[in-house]
Each structure stands twice: as structure tokens, then as C-alpha cells.
Design a protein around this ligand. Structure first.
Ligand SMILES: Cc1cc2nc3c(=O)[nH]c(=O)nc-3n(C[C@H](O)[C@H](O)[C@H](O)COP(=O)(O)OP(=O)(O)OC[C@H]3O[C@@H](n4cnc5c(N)ncnc54)[C@H](O)[C@@H]3O)c2cc1C
Length: 308
């Protein structure tokens, strides 16, 4: 007698060959073989329990720090934005917030409650999960300065609570708990003032708009700043502002941004990144390390969307 096929317990949305250009802020990149948007955290755990243990996984928030090569990602993308969205006040100043909530929403939510500490998140176009993975920061603030604890999940759907001391936290870098991904953060804030917080958010957004090409498709800063210097300064003084490769261009407004001006492929962007890296190394002897994550396989060029 044949066993009846098991009905999977998960209820989320599973798509095949999902174009990643639609999920990355560069608007470039090939398809993910499979793409899963869970209904909630319990559903994500069910999906992971059901998954082949060798399936390559890529966690995706808002794709604002990610380049997926044109050949796409040969595994399953787990899409958290708008999926892991729960939030809860654990006490007067500690917020439990899930990984798929946008940084902008967290800044607004906490400022409205008269709490201070994460206003800098307002202009970072990613999710809580991405901010934890990257230790995102701006204007003197960094994500992990506010983390009291995190919750993680492994590929078998096992949830854990972990302390910041279990991770090595650096400038745009977080390592520790291999084989686990972030599903929530417990953020510890300080009492502040509603109006002052909202004013600070407006000021930070204005400063960002004045110095960054926020109206163009990019991934923010391409390279980490080398110790004691700024990647943008080195790139600009090497004369690389405006340099083009296909539809990709070193921004005229901020030299550490590469913008997709017109249907750039992921290969255009990666080639330009490598050219900038090589030129800065040749001229100044400084090796710029990419801040942006590059994943997937090289492949047929599939131009993304440009915004000019
Ligand atoms: C215009 C612009 C301005 C920016 N300004 C800043 C800035 O001021 N400061 C700054 O730090 N960054 C900045 N960035 C970069 C980016 O917004 C941040 O790195 C952000 O934290 C990425 O979040 P995300 O949700 O988009 O992550 P994604 O791009 O989706 O993912 C980034 C990396 O994190 C991993 N990841 C995502 N979610 C999880 C998870 N739940 N668990 C484990 N790993 C995960 C991904 O696999 C990937 O390796 C900017 C980007 C843009 C486009």
C-alpha cells in the first residue's frame, strides 16, 4: 500500500523563477529558482522544516544591499519584508520587532512613543533583519548599539534567543551563530521627546537627500570605508565619478554609490565595482572592500530597470 502524500504544513507563497530585479534596490539581477514569502514566523518554521537540508538559502529583506548576478540564485530566497512583521513592547523601553519590518517604520514607531536611539534608521531603506545582518548605521548610530537580544532560526526551523555577546560586531559586519538567520530583535531605547525625535528624523532625511542620489536605483555605499579614510574620497580623487559600464554609473552626487541609470545588468554593476576597486588600489594602494553582498551565478545578461 502506498503512503498518502504528506500535506505540507506551510501556508505562505512559493514562487518559481522569481526575477530578483523586482526585489533589489539596484533593480537588476536574475531570477531566484524558488522564492518563499511566509505568512508569519510559525509558518516560516514549518516551511524550513519541510525543506531539503541541502537547499541553498538566501535571506532577503528589502534587497537594498544586495547584488544578485544575472544567472540568478540557484536555491530558495526567503523574503521577510512584509512577512515577519509582528512587534511588541516587552517593557516601557524595549521593543521586540520582527525581521521583516522596515527600518523607516521602526524609527517612526519609536519616535511617536517618545523614545530615542534609533532615529538614524529612518533613512536606511532596509529591514530590521538586514540591519542586524549588516550592523547598519548612519550619522553616528549603529544598529547593534541598541540590541538587547536577537531571535534566530536555523534551516530546520529551530528558533533560538541569543545575546549580543554571542556575536562579533564590527563596522558593517556581524559574525556568529553560523547557520542561523535573524527573525527578531529586542531593541532597548531611551526615554526622549516625541517632537525632538520627529525633528531629528526630518533633519537626518534632509541631510541624506542633500548628499546622496536617493532618487536613483542604488544599494547605498558600495564599499566599506577603509580605516581612517572614506571610500567616496578615494574614488572621487581617483577621478572615477561619472565612470560608466553599460547602464551602471559611479554617481556624480556621491562617489561611493553606483547607480543604475538605464537598464543596467548585474554584470554591468559588478564590472564597474571591480574597475573602481582596481583603480583605487592601483593609484592609492588601498584595497576597498565591498559592503554590498554579491550572490548568485553569472549568466545571461538580463537588463534591469533604469530610472532615467
Ligand atoms: C539609498 C540607500 C542608502 C543607504 N544608506 C545606508 C546607510 O546610511 N547605512 C547603512 O548601514 N546602510 C545603508 N544602505 C544599505 C542598506 O539599506 C542596509 O545595509 C540595510 O541594512 C539592508 O537591509 P535589507 O533589508 O535591504 O537587506 P538585504 O539587502 O535584503 O540583505 C542584505 C544582507 O543581509 C542578509 N539578510 C537580510 N535579512 C536577513 C535576516 N533576517 N537574517 C540574516 N541575514 C539577513 C542578506 O542575505 C544579505 O546578505 C543604503 C542603501 C540604499 C539603497
Amino acid at each position: 500500500m502506498m503512503a498518502a502524500p504528506l500535506t505540507p504544513c506551510w501556508r505562505g507563497e512559493l514562487r518559481e523563477h522569481e526575477p530578483m530585479a523586482g526585489h533589489t534596490s539596484w533593480r537588476a539581477g536574475g531570477p531566484a529558482r524558488r522564492f518563499y514569502k511566509p505568512v508569519d514566523l510559525a509558518d516560516l518554521c514549518c516551511f524550513l522544516q519541510d525543506l531539503d537540508e541541502h537547499e541553498p538559502l538566501l535571506w532577503l529583506g528589502l534587497g537594498s544591499n544586495l547584488l544578485v548576478r544575472d544567472g540568478g540564485f540557484p536555491g530558495t530566497v526567503i523574503f521577510t519584508f512584509g512577512a515577519l512583521t509582528a512587534s511588541e513592547w516587552l517593557d516601557d523601553t524595549t521593543l521586540r520587532i520582527e525581521a521583516g519590518v522596515s527600518c523607516a517604520q521602526i524609527a517612526r514607531l519609536t519616535a511617536r512613543r517618545g523614545l530615542t536611539g534609533v532615529e538614524f534608521l529612518a533613512g536606511i531603506p532596509g529591514t530590521m533583519g538586514g540591519a542586524l545582518a549588516m550592523n547598519a548605521g548612519a550619522f553616528g548610530g549603529e544598529t547593534w548599539e541598541r540590541v538587547a537580544a536577537v531571535e534566530t532560526v536555523d534551516r530546520f526551523g529551530q528558533l533560538r534567543r541569543r545575546e549580543p555577546s554571542e556575536f562579533r560586531i564590527g563596522y558593517r559586519s556581524v559574525t556568529g551563530a553560523p547557520g542561523e538567520w535573524f527573525v527578531a530583535a529586542h531593541l532597548r531605547l531611551e526615554p526622549g521627546d516625541v517632537e525632538a525625535g520627529q525633528l531629528r528624523i526630518r533633519e537626518l532625511l534632509e541631510r541624506r537627500g542633500a548628499t546622496q542620489p536617493t532618487q536613483q536605483y542604488s544599494c547605498g555605499s558600495v564599499f566599506r570605508n577603509p580605516p581612517g579614510d572614506h571610500a567616496a574620497r578615494l574614488i572621487e580623487s581617483a577621478g572615477l565619478k561619472g565612470l560608466r559600464r553599460g547602464g551602471a554609473q559611479v554617481s556624480e552626487k556621491h562617489a561611493n554609490f553606483i547607480v543604475n541609470t538605464a537598464g543596467a545588468s548585474a554584470a554591468d554593476i559588478e564590472d564597474l565595482l571591480l574597475q573602481v576597486q582596481a583603480e583605487v588600489e592601483r593609484i592609492y594602494g588601498v584595497h576597498l572592500e565591498p559592503e554590498v553582498g554579491i550572490v548568485g551565478e553569472a549568466g545571461a545578461t538580463m537588463g534591469g530597470q533604469g530610472n532615467e
